[in-house]
Design a protein around this ligand. Structure first.
Ligand code: FAD
Length: 288
């Protein structure tokens, strides 16, 4: 991985399982076939999955896509690493400065209004995640698509039988994802159903949601005994109804670009999004 080659934070390689329903089997297997040779990825039919991961309930699944080299990483460490890299190359990074609107002249971007005053720029990329709608509203901008803020609660569930290096998992049918943490601890996340909640509102961890996550996770994993909730936290992301991110030029203001609506998978696709945005904003191509 480029990040590690450049001396960035290490990925903790646990592998990852993407569970696949019978309805999605055909299209998923075709995608796996296409991706072979590009990334290490294999199709695991349910019976093979049950042999390798017997504590998972496979009865409603066609199988899973297994990525043996996938893992997890701390996004804050990654961000700090790239900021330091950029500064070392003479780039400018301002921390803690609030963007308040886009300055334009005759339909062209001339900068950004911020808590430090007007910052001049020919191009502005708005990538403020769950705050996109808020910033668009404050700055009189139109979001290019249906981008909503949504909250995700990430819960810690303690079960002594859970292996420390269990693969991360994504379960679209049940709407949960997660990974192992310390020995006997699973972290599982599930989006809450409320759309468009203010990402600046103080929303505490919900014990009711934790019970829902525990029950849903119990449909996929056979626990070794009673599960203990061990707290968690709620955070925000920008979602679109179809799960497709918005990486696009603004339709009205030239020099303005949007990168938002990553629907819970923005970290993983961040390098590809950056490449697409570079092509759009700097090379004038669509990056395909
Ligand atoms: C609990 C949870 C678990 C997740 N797990 C995964 C995972 O396993 N894999 C994965 O790929 N993705 C995961 N995601 C999704 C991923 O974190 C997001 O898709 C990704 O962070 C979106 O990146 P972003 O840059 O668009 O927004 P963000 O990461 O939200 O960054 C937006 C930034 O803009 C700042 N901001 C907001 N308003 C302003 C303003 N006016 N001026 C200046 N700055 C502003 C915010 O403070 C924030 O730092 C998870 C998300 C959550 C909530």
């Amino acid at each position: 991985m480029d990040l590690e080659r450049q001396g960035g934070p290490a990925v903790r390689r646990s592998g990852a399982l993407h569970f696949v329903s019978h309805a999605q089997e055909k299209v998923t297997r075709e995608r796996v076939q296409e991706m072979r040779g590009l990334v290490p990825v294999e199709w695991l039919a349910a019976d093979e999955g049950a042999r390798r991961f017997p504590h998972i309930r496979w009865n409603d699944l066609a199988g899973a896509v297994f990525e043996p080299t996938a893992g997890h990483i701390d996004p804050a460490e990654v961000t700090r690493f790239w900021i330091a890299k950029a500064r070392a190359k003479g780039q400018w990074a301002l921390e803690g400065v609030e963007a308040r609107g886009v300055a334009q002249d005759g339909g062209h971007v001339v900068g950004i209004y911020s808590s430090m005053g007007l910052l001049r720029a020919h191009r502005v990329i708005l990538c403020v995640g769950a705050w996109s709608r808020k910033l668009a509203g404050a700055g009189g901008l139109a979001l290019p698509s249906n981008v909503f803020s949504r909250s995700v609660q990430c819960d810690a569930l303690a079960d002594t039988s859970f292996a420390q290096e269990h693969p991360a998992f994504l379960d679209p049918a049940l709407g949960i994802f997660g990974r192992s943490d310390s020995p006997g601890m699973l972290r599982a996340g599930m989006a809450l159903s409320d759309w468009n909640i203010d990402p600046d509102s103080p929303i505490p961890h919900s014990p009711q949601q934790q019970m829902a996550v525990r029950d849903v996770a119990g449909q996929r994993f056979q626990w070794g005994g009673p599960i203990r909730g061990a707290g968690g936290w709620r955070r925000f992301d920008a979602f679109t109804p179809d799960g497709e991110a918005v990486v696009a030029a603004d339709e009205k203001i030239s020099g303005l670009y949007w990168a938002t609506g990553f629907s819970g998978h923005g970290l993983k696709i961040a390098p590809a999004v950056a490449a697409r945005m570079e092509a759009l904003a700097f090379d004038g191509t669509n990056g395909n």
